[in-house]
Design a protein. Structure first.
Length: 563
């Protein structure tokens, strides 16, 4: 039954149509169902007020909830033009910046300009590309929050994330893929590749990402065995107030309309308090954390931690204490909010405890024929998990302790290419990294418990005055090589790269947002602001070090041989 059929009041029909028009088409059946149920159970006033509450809970940018990406692009251009006019209206630059930030906040955007000069802040606020990114993120989260409140995210509706958010994520991936195909990277030897080709060779490639994570996890496990460390598997879940839907598919009456991002912040705070408490007692741990969603999108953590055997009981106590610090006495909290399991090395390695979660949350590799733990196929649900993580900005995988992966990736660029310029411990580190030996790499870097300032090698970054960004012309830092604590140095970025636009593709719904601004200039990926705040393509300023995907060894840099 339709909402307008249960009531004969003309004002109700107007009220219903006005609110329905604000939502994407995929939302309308759920909103209609909610209205009809309330009308039949509690009456006309309750149904109309509930419809109003759903919209009011969303916050700013209600006008964009049902907008297509093209409409968001047009809206972003209008807001950038509005900021441009404000910049001209205020004679005082600081007052102009304050007015522009106020405008952004009015539209639900909270600008984060940490470390950015005021001139760069003004340039960003006058740029439609900056507005486009911010609006896509804010609107996407508002849409998903509304979907959660309407019960559209659950094992019985859209598991992990709503169908609307999955569709938006697919659109984003298509746009990104089309853009990468239109940009060429050319090095000083004349080698030329599209950014799509280079992206496929690094950790942007899901399979390479999975292989690298597995190699690092296996390395920690091997290192812990060698040093006699204990291993434990933990699962930490957020309180009931963060869960919109219960495991049986029914709405949770304790739900406080808090988003998955807020639930993740709650879990992060508990972990930070736990680590601080352990550090005060001189207890150190290392391992990996995987964040994945419950069926209703609420995040929970799986961790494998390694530690001295004498510290096992205390680590359990501290983690349990902070996991239950809020609402620890609610029903089921003691059984479900914190779980631990000692890892029996006689039955298998610690890698097996996280392998399925790593694979499930990347591409489902190796689990193609398995059922998901909450229903559906693993490979199909990996797409929904990706949409969930992208929407809420949640980091799915996090290394805890040990040597950083940044040095590891720089070492893997070299292989045997830099033997003549390496000294000290560097050849051994390169050999370990090239062989995918994370355990050996960890030991050479100073051990799993060593603080970062005591690591054997660190990444060296240099300042390039001629480097330009879209908004700032004051230069930028870039990775150049590696240096040891004892003064040895090796250069890892051996090629100079220049980015340039490939042949412009035909117009399509994927690339049509990169429109001209009406004066013959392009608002493309490398557009840089001129004095007027508008964008102009400057190929000479589009320099970037893309050797993250290409090195002197060809286009290496992936995790070859790491599995």
């Amino acid at each position: 039954m339709l909402a307008i059929e249960v009531t004969g009041e003309w004002l109700d029909h107007k009220h219903i149509r006005a609110h329905f028009a604000k939502y994407p088409k995929r939302f309308k059946p759920a909103i209609n169902r909610r209205y009809v149920e309330l009308y039949q159970r509690e009456g006309r006033a309750a149904a109309n007020l509930a419809l109003l509450d759903i919209t009011e809970a969303i916050g700013g940018n209600k006008a964009l909830l049902a907008a297509s990406d093209d409409e968001i692009c047009a809206y972003a251009k209008a807001r950038a033009d509005e900021c441009f006019r404000l910049a001209g209206y205020w004679k005082d630059a600081d007052l102009a910046l304050r007015a522009m930030i106020g405008l952004a906040e009015k539209y639900g955007i909270k600008p984060q300009f940490k470390g950015v000069e005021k001139s760069g802040q003004r340039a960003r606020l006058c740029c439609e590309l900056w507005w486009r990114r911010q609006l896509r993120k804010v609107v996407g989260r508002q849409v998903e929050a509304a979907a959660i409140n309407l019960g559209m995210v659950s094992k019985r509706a859209g598991i992990y994330s709503s169908d609307e958010t999955v569709a938006r994520r697919k659109g984003q991936r298509r746009r990104n893929a089309a853009l990468l195909e239109t940009i060429l990277a050319v090095n000083d030897e004349g080698q030329e590749y599209t950014l799509a080709q280079l992206s496929a060779l690094g950790v942007s490639n899901p399979e390479i990402r999975r292989m690298e994570l597995m190699a690092r996890m296996a390395g920690f496990d091997s290192y812990s065995r060698t040093h006699g460390h204990a291993a434990e598997f933990y699962t930490i879940t957020a309180p009931s107030r963060f869960h919109a839907v219960r495991s049986d598919g029914k709405p949770n009456p304790k739900y406080k309309a808090e988003t998955p991002r807020e639930a993740q912040a709650h879990l992060c705070k508990g972990w930070a308090l736990s680590r601080a408490a352990l550090a005060k007692e001189g207890i150190k741990v290392y391992g990996f954390r995987v964040v994945e969603p419950h069926h209703d999108g609420t995040p929970h953590w799986h961790m494998v931690l390694f530690m001295q055997p004498a510290h096992v009981e205390r680590v359990r106590e501290v983690l349990r204490h902070y996991a239950l610090r809020e609402d620890g006495d609610e029903f089921g909290a003691s059984e479900h909010r914190f779980k631990f399991e000692p890892i029996d090395r006689k039955k298998g390695s610690a890698v097996g405890y996280l392998a399925k979660y790593i694979s499930k949350n990347i591409n489902g590799k190796g689990l193609e024929d398995a059922d998901d733990f909450e229903g559906g196929s693993v490979t199909g649900n990996a797409v929904r998990v990706d949409a969930w993580a992208a929407c809420w900005g949640i980091r799915q995988f996090q290394q805890i302790g040990g040597a950083g992966v940044g040095v590891w990736r720089e070492l893997r660029r070299l292989g045997d290419a830099g033997d003549d310029q390496m000294g000290g411990i560097l050849p051994d580190l390169v050999a370990a990294a090239d062989a995918g030996d994370w355990a050996g790499y960890t030991a050479l870097m100073g051990g799993a418990f060593a603080k970062r300032r005591f690591h054997a090698v660190k990444v060296r970054r240099v300042w390039f005055d001629e480097a330009m960004t879209r908004y700032d012309g004051a230069g930028m830092e870039r990775v150049e090589g590696l240096e040891t604590r004892w003064g040895d140095y090796v250069k890892t970025r051996l090629r100079e790269w220049v980015l340039k636009r490939a042949v412009r593709p035909a117009w399509s719904s994927v690339n049509n947002c990169n429109r001209g601004n009406g004066d013959g200039r392009e608002n493309g990926a490398f557009a840089a602001p001129n004095a007027g705040g508008r964008s102009a393509f400057r190929e000479s300023e589009a320099r970037a070090d893309v050797s993250k995907g290409a090195s002197s060894r060809g286009i290496g840099g992936g995790c070859h041989g790491a599995a």
